[in-house]
Design a protein around this ligand. Structure first.
Ligand SMILES: *Cc1c(COP(=O)(O)O)cnc(C)c1O
Length: 406
């Protein structure tokens, strides 16, 4: 009996019960590894929902954090600081946009993008006051604010939290005809994930985003791509939209933009959209703070210098093949792109949770998403050797003959 139970009991007693974590208490991390309070080592195959693409405690990101912490941490946007400009400059040049607006969490970036396209709709597209519509997809995940959960199709995300913000129209994901049918003269934006992460690693049909971009372009609708989880190398490109050769009108970034050490998010767009904001329209006390900006600069530099998108493409393609080669009675499908991979468990074999628990017993941390899916999304600094070793344990778990593994 180690220290784990005590920590879990304490959290159960004092925390709101809005999560159902695996029973592991982590106290240290390095690269793709974490250690619990009882000294057990685990391979992190979740990467904090892709916020740790650069690996835990990347030395260059930590150095930037410490150096900046010793100089200046927060000014608010009432004053300038010497980190925000260089950060946004680097971010925009890397991704090819004219402007960026820094926030902290992913949900804030999504809210910011919603405000931007609505105001663009009223001031540029001349949509009648109060009539702007944004098209969203079933099974989406864009965060947890009241506006965002208001356009979720997930009962639990919404139930008990209404009334909700109007102005959103829901269509099936991956369905171009539905998008065509949903767009009208008041449509200002189409908000979409290039791969639905929380929805269960759902990869849309090839060319979906490209077709959506063409439809949006023809109808003067802003294509708003949520790259908070898929972006910054995760799927084997800097942005997942690149797989379709698409340059979205607006992108939202978060998670790995803070290198796993600090919450940093941003919205990127060109001037036609971003310049609808005037002083006082929008803001955040911590958005663009010098500590986050310094961390963001280092986080981006690591992704570029260590060629993390290329690594994800190469390792991911190989790893997915290896997973597909496991002749498991429990697996319905293996899907994904780069190092964002979902193993779908057949309903007859129960839910994904016991498989995640068995993996944990073998030193691998993966979290189920949407009941049936085991997600594998390790830090992108992982090596083929480490993945090879993990495959042995994954194979063991997926080949357990009983309906439920143990
Ligand atoms: C995680 C996530 C968000 C929300 O980010 P938070 O930082 O948790 O607010 C939004 N969109 C997508 C696609 C995500 O994966």
């Amino acid at each position: 009996m180690g220290r784990t139970d005590g920590f879990i009991k304490e959290v159960d007693r004092w925390s709101a019960h809005n999560y159902h974590p695996l029973p592991v208490v982590i106290e240290r991390g390095e690269g793709c590894w974490v250690w619990d309070v009882d000294g057990n080592r685990y391979l992190d195959m979740l990467s904090a929902y892709s916020a740790v693409n650069q690996g835990h405690r990347h030395p260059r990101i930590l150095a930037a954090l410490k150096e900046q912490a010793d100089r200046l941490t927060l000014t608010s946007r009432a004053f300038h600081n010497d980190q925000m400009g260089p950060f946004l400059h680097q971010l925009c040049e890397l991704l090819g946009y004219a402007r960026a607006l820094p926030m902290n969490t992913g949900a804030e970036a999504v809210e910011t993008a919603i405000k931007a396209v609505r105001k663009w709709g009223y001031t540029v597209k001349n949509v009648p006051a109060g009539a702007a519509e944004i098209v969203v997809c079933e099974e989406n995940f864009h965060g947890r604010t009241t506006t965002i959960v208001g356009f979720s199709s997930e009962h639990q995300y919404r139930h008990g939290f209404g009334p909700f913000t109007p102005g959103f129209k829901m269509i099936p994901y991956g369905d171009i005809a539905a998008l065509r049918g949903a767009i009208n003269e008041n449509t200002v934006g189409f908000l979409v994930e290039p791969i639905q992460g929380e929805g269960g690693v759902i990869v849309p049909p090839a060319g979906y985003l490209k077709a959506a971009a063409e439809l949006c372009g023809a109808a003067n609708v802003m294509l708003m791509v949520d790259e908070i989880q898929t972006g910054l190398g995760r799927t084997g490109q800097m942005l997942c939209a690149e797989w379709d050769g698409v340059r979205p009108d607006i992108i939202m970034l978060g998670k790995a933009l803070g290198g796993g050490v600090y919450p940093v998010s941003a919205v990127l767009a060109d001037r036609e959209i971003m310049d609808v904001f005037t002083p006082g329209d929008h803001g955040s006390t911590f958005g663009g703070n010098p500590l986050g900006a310094a961390v963001g600069r280092a986080a981006l530099q690591v992704i570029v210098d260590e060629r993390l998108p290329e690594r994800a493409a190469e390792l991911g393609a190989w790893f997915m093949e290896e997973l597909r080669a496991i002749d498991s009675p429990h697996v319905a499908e293996v899907r994904g792109k780069g190092l964002m991979i979902g193993v779908v468990i057949k309903e007859a074999s129960g839910t994904a949770r016991p498989f995640c628990e068995s993996l944990k017993e073998r030193g691998i941390l993966a979290k189920e998403t949407h009941q049936q899916v085991v997600r594998f999304a390790p830090p992108l600094v992982i090596t083929r050797e480490i993945l090879q070793e993990a495959l042995e344990s994954i194979r063991e778990v997926l080949l357990i003959p009983a309906a439920q593994p143990s």
